[in-house]
Design a protein around this ligand. Structure first.
Ligand code: SF4
Ligand code: SF4
Length: 385
């Protein structure tokens, strides 16, 4: 995976020029995998009931341009996303209509995803999680084009290529995993965990910044389209264009985790990045240590939906195995009043991996499963039918 980023000045969503951009991207970046007979997932960004002109959703003309180019290469395109809310036919029909994807399907050769099942993605080397549920179609296809919208979210900060992948989590499970993260840093580390596991399948990332969405929800004619085979490279480039400090971004964590080198983040090609340098973008105050769970509604949601481990101090044998294994260092060994050792969980640090539950040699750890969690699991099971 190289670090080239192909930049293009694009004032509008004219399909012919968008197709030229996609063709240029494929040839300049040496994109592989888009061959005759292959099935390609076009992973768009379709927030629930967003409309075509609110700068919140991947523009349908850009989706059509990608589909036309890839279809002409003999590959089959499936357009998919999983917004917040229920991931089922009823909701997705509404989303496909309001975001213009139905029109794309009617005028191009693509299919809109109608597989609402999910599978478990193992992330053995993850920092924030060791597995995630993802929509099944992402595993069934041969490759993925990650077609993101450039947005600044008041809670999640810069949204581009890496954050677009969060939409691979099915429906309401996104709330669950978002609420498991204490800070923006935790959320960004989760995105990195996901991308590191999926990156072999993602052959091209495109960020739609022609009309970008600012932190207050207003559109900004940024006139930039970018493409790269490398999500870190494209997000590094776009962060610079919208004026967000790298130290407050997912890229800082990728550097800290020694996945990318600060001295070699991206190499711009095509339009000079200097032509976008004066983007008049609203500033944002977001920092890596910004809390994600401050809101009372988030806390209520979390308590209603989060399955968590429980260690009864009277049953605990004090062996310390769980504290030793806990990847988040969330378990402390303490003495009770009679001088017996027991294990205590700090839920602010816990990443809900259930490792302690699985490994306790005395099987004294139980799982507290609230009703909301059971409902989400039921929804996932139903969607597999
Ligand atoms: S306390 Fe248990 S569930 Fe929480 S992070 Fe540690 S091992 Fe995982
Ligand atoms: S592994 Fe089980 S018995 Fe040992 S300290 Fe942890 S909870 Fe207690």
């Amino acid at each position: 995976m190289n670090n080239f980023v192909n930049l293009c000045k694009q004032e509008d969503y004219d399909i012919a020029s968008l197709e030229q951009f996609v063709l240029d991207s494929i040839s300049r970046l040496g994109v592989k995998g888009l061959k005759a007979g292959s099935t390609v997932l076009v992973k768009v960004n379709l927030p629930y009931l967003s409309k075509v002109n609110d700068a919140n959703t991947t523009n349908p003309n850009l989706v059509a341009a990608v589909v036309n180019v890839v279809s002409n290469m003999g590959a089959k395109c499936i357009v998919a996303d999983s917004p917040f809310g229920n991931f089922n036919e009823t909701n997705m029909d509404k989303v496909y209509f309001s975001t213009g994807m139905l029109e794309v399907a009617n005028t191009t050769k693509c299919e809109l995803n109608s597989d609402f099942s999910s599978v478990n993605l193992a992330i053995p080397d993850g920092v924030r999680t060791h597995s995630l549920p993802i929509i099944s179609i992402a595993q069934k296809v041969d490759c993925i084009i990650n077609l993101a919208k450039l947005k600044i979210d008041a809670q999640l900060g810069y949204c581009g290529a890496l954050s677009n992948l969060f939409g691979l989590l099915p429906g309401q499970t996104k709330n669950l995993y978002l609420n498991r993260q204490n800070t923006l840093k935790d959320f960004y580390n989760l995105l990195i965990d996901l991308y590191e596991t999926m990156s072999d399948k993602i052959v091209l990332n495109i960020v739609d910044g022609v009309v970008a969405r600012q932190v207050d929800g207003t559109p900004n004619l940024l006139s930039v389209l970018a493409s790269s085979t490398n999500a870190y490279a494209i997000d590094s480039q776009m962060l610079k264009i919208v004026g967000i400090q790298q130290e407050n971004s997912v890229i800082k964590l990728a550097i800290d985790r020694q996945i990318v080198k600060e001295s070699n983040l991206y190499h711009a090609m095509g339009e000079s990045e200097l032509n976008f340098a004066n983007a008049d973008f609203l500033p944002t105050e977001i920092k890596l240590d910004s809390k994600l769970k401050d809101g009372i509604s988030n806390k209520i949601y979390f308590n209603m939906h989060q399955q968590r481990v429980v260690i009864p101090c009277k049953k605990c044998k004090g062996c310390g195995v769980c504290a030793e294994l806990c990847p988040a260092k969330a378990i402390t060994m303490k003495f009770d009043k009679s001088g017996e050792l027991f294990a205590e969980v700090d839920y602010k640090k816990c990443i809900y991996c259930n490792m302690c539950y699985l490994k306790c040699p005395y099987k004294v750890i139980s799982l507290n499963t609230p009703i909301g969690y059971k409902q989400i699991v039921k929804q996932l099971e139903n969607s597999k039918e």
